[in-house]
Every structure is written in C-alpha cells, then in structure tokens.
Write a protein that binds this ligand. Sequence first.
Ligand code: SF4
Length: 313
Amino acid sequence: MKKLKDEITLVYTKPLLELVATAYKIHSENFAADIEMCKLISVKTGGCPEDCGYCAQSIKYSTAVENNPLLPLEIVRSKIEEAKANGASRVCLGAGYRSPNQRVLDTVIEYVKLIKESGLEACATLGGLSEIQAQELKQAGLDYYNHNIDTSPEYYSEVITTRSFNDRLATIENVAKAGLKVCCGGIIGMGESRADRISFIAALLNMPALPDSIPVNCLVPVDGTPLASKANLDKIELIRLIATLRIYFPLTRIRLSAGRNKLSDAEQAFCFMAGANSIFCGEKLLTTPNISQSKDQLLFAKLGLNNASTSVE
Ligand code: SF4
C-alpha cells in the first residue's frame, strides 16, 4: 500500500498544468466531450441512525431537515418522468438507512421497476447491503449501487463512528458479487490532509471491485453537523484529485457531485478538463442545493459540451 501511495503522490503533486494535461489526454482517448446527467431522488429523508459528520439526515444532529417516510409510487413516477424530460440518463434513489429492511427493499424494487420502464439507468443508495439484498436489487433491474468510502481509511473515524471502513468494503463486495456496478467515491474539504486524499485514491484502487462510477463531493457545510465548521476546500486540490482519479481510472465516469453550486463556471470547466464527466442535475440533491437545469444548459453551451445521453447515437 505504501508503494502505491508513493506512486499516486508523484502523480498528484506534479505541476498542475502538467497533471491536468496528462489527465485530459487520457480522458479524451476514452470519452467524448459529453457529460452524463444523473438525477438524485431522495425517496426517504432524515431519521438515519448513522453519525456521518457531514450529513443533515443523521438523528444524532439537530438540523433543519424534515423527516419524510418512503415516497408514494406515483410521486416517484412523476419525478422519474421529469428527470427523463430534463435529459437525465440515470436516476439514483437515495434513502438514509443503516441498512434497508425487507419492507424498504420491496418498495425500492417497485421504484426500480418504474425507472427501468422509463428506459433510464437505475442506481440506489440505501446504506449497507447483504449479498442476498444486492441480488434482489439486481434481479429487479438495478444497474448501479452507490456506497461511498467517503475519505481515507486513516481519516474515516474523524467523520463516522457508527459504521466502519471495513463495513463499507463488505457492502461493496456484496454489490459486486451480485453483478451490480459499483458507484463509490467520497467527499473532500472535510479537514482531511492531502495525504488523506492520496490514501483515499489508493483505497479506491484496492477495493474488492473497482468502481464504475466515482462521485466526488465537496463538503457542503450543514448547520448542526460536526463538520459544518470544517469546510476548507481548496479548489486546486479538487482539480488535482479529479485529474489523478482520471489517470488511475481511465474508463470510469467521475461525477462532480455535491458542492458544485459553489464552483464558478471556470472552476467547473477546469474540473471537466481534468476528467470529471458526470453531474447531478436539478436544483436539489438529497438535502443540499444544486445548480438549476437552465444554468447547466447555458454552461454546456458556453463550453461546447453535450449531454452524454443525447450524444451517443
Ligand atoms: S450519509 Fe447516509 S448513512 Fe450517513 S447519516 Fe447521512 S443518510 Fe445516514
């Protein structure tokens, strides 16, 4: 692991323009100038027993988030239709649980069927999964399962104490064994060091299954959460992280996720050049703000980027 981290460090710390140029060369050899559009739907919000220090949905913290039980099917159907009309190619169902019980799983399976009927890709993020649960979701048509490692193994306990790093890896292994594609990434700007960011990349490379999709989130400080005062993101570090991920994961979609609304157009353009090629669309993520569809369309037009779902054929 030390050898791998040393290798990654050499890449990560190259002069910035050299690093981004290398990443862009790899990126352009493997992808067109397009951006994948994903829509995140919070199908159940709040009331989560975990203690992720950045999250508004944890019962451990007093935040402004209102608890909502699982959404009725008809509401989810209309949100899926809206996502499709707005150009999304994937719908990700988010719900804050330690692990879903059978009732939850049965309901999510109905949501997944709706997504598949609409012709979109389906992803879910519901907490820890057993292999049998992962198989049930696979059989229902789920394409991806998201479970983030969040940060480096070394910094992890500063962020979460109720679920171990190894618990996360076990879920990722179960997901991969069931034949689901793995979506796994993390958050930067939580007070972690550069060494932690490098160790996070090494951990992704050492997972039981390599991720098919890597969400990169910038910490969105939420009042009432322990990490609210820790937000300290240096945007150049974000660009270095994305470029290094692109070099080590040449075929993986890298999603510029939470916190994108805090980036200028030029900062987003730099992230896309470094290798980010997926975003969440729509004005809200699970609980935090995002960029409006019209602003994204304007940015795509300014940058000469296409929506991946309409540029394939
Ligand atoms: S990030 Fe997910 S698991 Fe952690 S507290 Fe929030 S909803 Fe729960």
